[in-house]
Ligand binder design. Structure first.
Ligand code: GLU
Length: 360
């Protein structure tokens, strides 16, 4: 078998791992573990992002209507994650493979230092042939700073670990060009950069997970633009992973084709940091034009019309044009006080250097 990729992130959704009654589908898990083990033995580096903690906890404890939503999530995930990782641990052990657990929160991506710590942890695991099994730490991650869903988390991980592909396994064959329930609809096999598929996206959420097609598509596009191929495929179908990686096999799924542009590691981090922005920089028309032009340029103080919020040097800031449209995010070279002082002035060092600027 000739493989298409050597480094992949595989996201397994709650709906793939659970049966209709909400219990963990151990047969399915075992089949996925078999496939991942085969790929691992062929030298493919794999990071798994697995949902299913909340669903599994709920099925163990039963629904307690007296608890509010946050309490339920904390309780179910604490119990369910233990069950989930134990199962993975035992199933992989059958193949002589060791897995390790990584529970993370959105805050762990907010500073460059945290980000690099996490990356280092996963790199050490991979270098030592341990498969990282990642999930959001749902027990503590209950604020507004929560990942939209594990699709978002898997995108961050694929980008952070410089993977060649992200495979999002769900219980649907991919993105359809119509209503999936309609027999005339077919799966869109390839989506190129700039291709708009929003008309085809169903807004319904999945039964057991938090995700939906809308976040999957948004994340997939962003990650593909960073040079990583993204696949949305049906994880309930036998041998899906092996077939997807086999150059010769034909698989029905949706691929977001990776852009050829190189994106640096820092830029990748900044691209996913918008949620942590500490302030805003507003720029005039000339500066906006220069930023959006063909050439990579830095944001100079001369084009700045306003600074909003208090921030430190190296914080992430959002950049807006005159009409209030978000142009991008960047890492600032000055704190907000200094930035205000030099706004509109000529011959100053860049406020955001082009190496630390990510435009939408
Ligand atoms: N982290 C959640 C869990 O393991 C799943 C989030 C999602 O559905 O995307 O239960």
């Amino acid at each position: 078998m000739s493989l298409r990729f050597k480094k992949i992130a595989v996201k397994i959704g709650s709906n793939v791992l659970t049966r209709a009654d909400g219990t963990l589908d151990i047969t399915r898990m075992s089949a996925l573990v078999d496939q991942i083990s085969q790929l691992h033995k062929k030298g493919v580096e794999i990071v798994m992002i697995s949902s299913g903690a909340v669903a599994s906890g709920r099925s163990i404890l039963g629904i307690n209507k007296k608890l509010d939503v946050v309490d339920q999530r904390q309780l179910y995930s604490a119990v369910g994650q233990a069950k989930l990782i134990n199962l993975y641990y035992d199933l992989f052990r059958e193949h002589g493979i060791t897995v390790g657990q990584i529970l993370t929160t959105k805050e762990n991506f907010s500073s460059r230092r945290h980000y690099l710590n996490q990356r280092n942890c996963m790199r050490v695991m991979l270098d030592n042939k341990v498969i990282p099994v990642v999930n959001e730490n749902d027990t503590v991650s209950v604020t507004e700073l929560m990942f939209t869903d594990n699709d978002e988390l898997s995108g961050l991980i694929a980008s952070m670990m410089d993977m060649q592909a992200l495979i999002i396994l769900s219980n649907i064959d991919g993105i359809y060009n119509g209503n999936p329930a309609d027999t005339a609809s077919t799966v869109i096999t390839k989506i190129e950069k700039g291709q708009d598929v929003s008309d085809f996206i169903q807004s319904t959420k999945s039964t057991f997970g938090r995700g939906g097609m809308l976040t999957k598509t948004t994340i997939a596009r962003k990650i593909a633009d960073e040079g990583i191929d993204v696949f949305i495929a049906n994880g309930k179908k036998d041998n899906m992973l092996l077939n997807l990686l086999d150059k010769k096999a034909e698989v029905i799924c949706t691929q977001f084709v990776a852009s050829k542009d190189e994106v640096s590691s820092v830029k990748k981090w900044i691209a996913h940091s918008e949620g942590f922005a500490k302030g805003e920089i507003h720029v005039n028309e000339n500066a906006a034009k220069a930023l959006l032009g063909e050439k990579a340029v830095s944001l100079l103080p001369v084009g700045v019309t306003g600074i909003i919020g208090d921030f430190e040097k190296d914080d992430i800031v959002r950049i807006f044009d005159e009409a209030g449209k978000l142009l991008g995010v960047g890492k600032t070279q000055y704190d907000s006080e200094k930035a205000r002082e030099i706004s509109g002035k000529k011959n100053q060092k860049p406020l955001v250097h082009c190496d630390y600027l990510y435009l939408e």
